[in-house]
Design a protein around this ligand. Structure first.
Ligand SMILES: [Zn+2]
Length: 407
């Protein structure tokens, strides 16, 4: 049975101008037609569903390139993860994935979980047993022996060699490799400024992953770690904060030029609070103020030099909800200088391309999967419309309406 959404503004995600008073037809989970004006009954056949949605904009479902499905969003994910059973984390991950889906995020890249939890959730969604978004799973992130996120059980100390660890991840059915090239904020004893994995090991990890057909997402706050990731040829750099060795910041234009030449994409994964720069704890305010100012500046400079950018929320980390995508978008436009159209492309077609999913996701083009987001209003003129979700379709099926999962 075909479904037709008509009288809508279509924004296809490719960067093409919006089409007003348009129709989109999908059937069997796949987009069959995208056209200006109405679609005749004869063309559709006797059985079809019509939704007239005047005032609505239809765009591809959003791609959140950086989440942690097994994190609670509480103040201390490490303690929560260490204390929780697999069963509790499975339920948490399902709830998180469904909250994202109801907010119009039809694709999630999980950038680090425990054991097989997210792969299992992905498989259950793919088989149709559970309702959820498309999920890419990195499994436990590869990190230094007591490095950032060691408690996810993916440290280099758990295998004989870096290549062996990558092959173990592949054997566990991951969709990508996540590597923690620098320290991070969530792990006591880990310093975000420091490179925690030697450059030669980054190369071994990346080469092995690529041989196995897996992309590599590398977490890097410090400038040395960023340079190591670029030289290793990772696919995306998460955060890319340019922290200096000891203090301050160390932005390196020559490294950015190599990123552009090699097609390395950045996934800033900034929290929504970057809009106002208020720290969660007053004691951290000076650090957060400096971090926000520097990251807005350096990420804008990277964009001006031609680095590709995708959008992630880091949902699951302290205070970061799985439906915070719309709230994060102004950081990309007002903070990093993307136009609304560029930000929407980063959120859809460019996100899908960076994740290797653009053969079937990320744009409203005939033949692609019918993952659609129906908004009240026009996000090109008012980005906050992204938060006014009327309907979400995944694979042609209506999965959420007015923010509530419909099954
Ligand atoms: Zn993260």
């Amino acid at each position: 049975v075909a479904t037709v959404l008509s009288q809508v503004t279509l924004l296809d995600g490719t960067g093409a101008d919006p089409v007003r008073d348009a129709s989109i037809v999908f059937e069997g989970g796949v987009i069959r037609a995208v056209t200006a004006g109405a679609v005749a009954d004869e063309w559709l056949g006797p059985e079809h569903r019509r939704h007239q949605l005047s005032g609505a904009t239809v765009l591809p479902g959003l791609v959140d390139a950086h989440v942690h499905l097994v994190f609670s969003g509480g103040t201390d994910p490490r303690t929560d993860v260490l204390a929780a059973s697999d069963g509790a984390l499975e339920l948490l991950a399902l709830g998180n994935a469904q909250r994202a889906l109801a907010a119009g995020i039809t694709t999630l890249r999980d950038c680090g979980s425990r054991g097989l939890l997210v792969q299992r959730l992905r498989d259950q969604v793919n088989s149709g047993r559970l309702v959820g978004p498309t999920i890419l799973a990195a499994g436990p992130p590869i990190c230094a022996a007591r490095g950032h996120l060691w408690f996810m059980q993916g440290s280099l100390a758990t295998a004989g060699s870096p290549a062996e660890l990558v092959r173990a991840r592949a054997g566990e059915g991951v969709d990508l490799i996540k590597v923690m090239a620098s320290g991070g904020h969530l792990t006591p004893g880990s310093n975000p400024r420091e490179a925690e994995i030697p450059a030669a090991v980054l190369i071994e990890i990346t080469e092995t992953a690529h041989q196995l057909g897996l992309r590599v997402a590398a977490h890097a706050h410090g400038a040395d770690a960023i340079a190591g990731c670029v030289d290793a040829g990772v696919d995306t750099i998460e955060h890319c904060s340019w922290l200096g060795d000891a203090e301050g910041f160390d932005y390196r234009p020559e490294v950015v030029d190599r990123m552009v030449a090699r097609g390395v994409v950045i996934s800033p994964a900034v929290p929504a609070y970057f809009r106002h720069g208020r720290a969660a704890h007053p004691a951290e305010q000076d650090y957060v103020t400096a971090l926000v100012a520097s990251r807005l500046r350096t990420t804008s400079l990277m964009r001006e030099r031609g680095v590709g950018m995708i959008i992630g929320t880091d949902a699951g980390c302290p205070g970061l909800a799985f439906d915070s995508y719309a709230a994060t978008m102004p950081v990309y436009t007002e903070g990093f200088g993307l136009s609304p159209m560029q930000a929407l492309m980063a959120a859809t077609s460019r996100g899908a391309r960076a994740l290797g999913l653009d053969d079937r996701l990320g744009s409203l083009v005939v033949g692609k999967q019918a993952d659609l987001l129906v908004l009240d209003g026009d996000p090109l003129s008012d980005l906050s419309a992204l938060g006014r979700v009327r309907q979400v379709y995944r694979g042609g099926r209506l999965v959420a309406e007015n923010g509530v999962l419909t099954g």
